[in-house]
Write a protein that binds this ligand. Structure first.
Ligand SMILES: Cc1cc2nc3c(=O)[nH]c(=O)nc-3n(C[C@H](O)[C@H](O)[C@H](O)COP(=O)(O)O)c2cc1C
Ligand code: SF4
Length: 431
């Protein structure tokens, strides 16, 4: 299902070639040149971080936090262990980009993580991989072996004083383990439940040691920034939104798949690349950044460009870059009910507002869908949401509330119609 377009992560990667992921193919594309440049030209840790800041690379895991700034938080002078952790948990509905990095270009991630270890003074890294993807996990392990054999991992890498080891860890498939502190707990062998913050992982992370966690795509973007320069990466996108980005396009389009395009590309162009609307149907709505991002009506989306600032201005989030396209046949009550069920199932149960609130949201939306809605139900959804958002240990509760607020704001008439007439306004068809 992978389709790649115009960007840095998959430049020159022939995904139809079964060997495209191997170290020889990666090196033939210029792979490991960034690491060689750093270690042989003696580029300092500060210079690597400065280049990242120039690039305006923002974390690709959801929040869009500036990566160079995050790396500068690592207390490099801390005398004990320090860790680099990659988040390949990828459990957000609609998101399927990171697994394609493991599948087709795993060495870009490995090189990015080695550079991260060098820049932040860490001697050890882990990649936490979602428990439901098996072939990708095995491929990453094979790629790690190749990197070790080639001398890019281990003691005194390329004859330098820098030593670094990297390991893969297979999770168990819980969405909550994508939240960075739940991921750390799980990596430590404990129940995957988020920790209170502060302290943040930069000071108290894996095994209580300073730790930097980034998304797979974030790390994989680093080698390009080092070989080509932060300024060139920045110019691929637009100010404050540097580079190209992977978008996982799913739903009612002709060609669902992953599209790597410059940040700032109009949504209309992305839709066209994905083959346009399936069956020539009308665009009704888009979730632009994974299931926790607020839904936007199609006409608003058609005015947006695909970058953090444009989507935020329109009232949603670029998130992980998972673009879920819905056509005119979608019943928005049914779509929201499915999302609410997911969050209800995935709540880790630590916080009462989330544990109880996600259940309330699901049950109220479910009864509306089944023609048993009450006139006060929309107000009840608001009230439950207000008692959840911002009142919990992690952002899963907010992620459950955002879709409810946005669906009932933009498509309120469908909810009201179902409550009043007991039948859906739109005769729902999924495909
Ligand atoms: C419930 C929940 C699930 C998350 N799932 C993921 C995930 O699957 N992958 C990911 O990279 N970040 C996920 N995040 C965000 C991480 O906590 C963290 O911000 C991110 O890995 C940081 O990387 P970045 O700065 O490169 O974006 C999730 C956050 C929450 C609250
Ligand atoms: S908000 Fe929900 S998922 Fe997050 S810690 Fe609390 S109960 Fe767990």
């Amino acid at each position: 299902m992978a389709v790649f377009a115009n960007g840095i992560l998959f430049e020159g990667v022939d995904t139809s070639d079964p060997n495209c992921w191997k170290i020889e193919a990666y090196q033939a594309r210029g792979g490991y040149q960034a690491l060689k440049k750093i270690l042989t030209e003696g580029i300092s840790q500060d210079d690597v971080i400065a280049e990242l800041k120039t690039s305006s690379l923002r974390g690709r895991g959801g929040a869009g936090f500036p990566t160079g700034l995050k790396w500068s938080f690592m207390p490099r002078s801390f005398p004990g262990d320090k860790y680099v952790v990659c988040n390949t948990d990828e459990g957000e509905p609609g998101t399927f980009k990171d697994r394609d990095i493991l599948r087709f270009n795993p060495h870009a991630l490995i090189e990015g993580m080695i550079i991260a270890g060098y820049a932040m003074g860490a001697a050890r890294g882990y990649n936490y991989i979602h428990g439901e993807i098996f072939a990708e996990y095995e491929r990453f392990e094979e790629a790690l072996d190749e990197a070790r054999r080639a001398g890019f991992l281990g003691q005194n890498i390329l004859g330098s004083t820098f030593s670094y080891e990297l390991f893969a860890h297979h999770g168990y498939g819980a969405y909550i383990c994508g939240e960075e502190t739940a991921l750390l707990e799980s990596l430590e062998g404990k129940k995957g439940q988020p920790r209170f913050k502060p302290p943040f992982p930069a000071s108290f992370g894996l095994y209580g040691k300073p730790t930097t966690i980034n998304n797979t795509e974030t790390f994989a973007s680093v080698p390009y920034i080092i070989t080509q320069g932060g300024q060139k990466f920045l110019e691929l996108g637009k100010p404050n939104n540097g580079g190209t980005k992977l978008f996982s396009v799913s739903g009612h389009v002709n060609r669902p798949g992953n599209y790597e395009i410059p940040l700032g590309t109009p949504f209309a162009e992305l839709l066209e690349m994905a083959g346009g609307m399936r069956g020539g149907k009308k665009l009704k709505a888009v979730i632009p950044g994974g299931s926790s991002a607020p839904v936007l009506p199609g006409d608003i989306m058609m005015q947006c460009t695909m970058d953090y600032d444009s989507i935020a201005k329109a009232g949603s989030m670029l998130g992980s870059g998972a673009v879920i396209v819905m056509n005119e046949d979608v019943c928005m009550v049914r779509a929201l009910e499915r999302l609410a069920y997911f969050y209800h199932e995935e709540s880790c149960g630590q916080c009462t507002p989330c544990r109880e609130g996600t259940g309330w949201l699901y049950r109220v939306i479910h009864r509306i869908l089944n023609g048993e809605g009450r006139p006060e139900d929309l107000e009840l959804l608001d009230s439950v949401g207000n008692n959840m958002a911002g009142r919990t240990i992690c952002a899963l509760a907010d992620a459950a509330v955002f879709p409810v607020r946005s669906f009932t704001k933009h498509f309120r008439h469908e909810f009201e119609h179902l409550i009043e007439h007991k039948t859906p306004l739109v005769n729902h068809k999924w495909c």
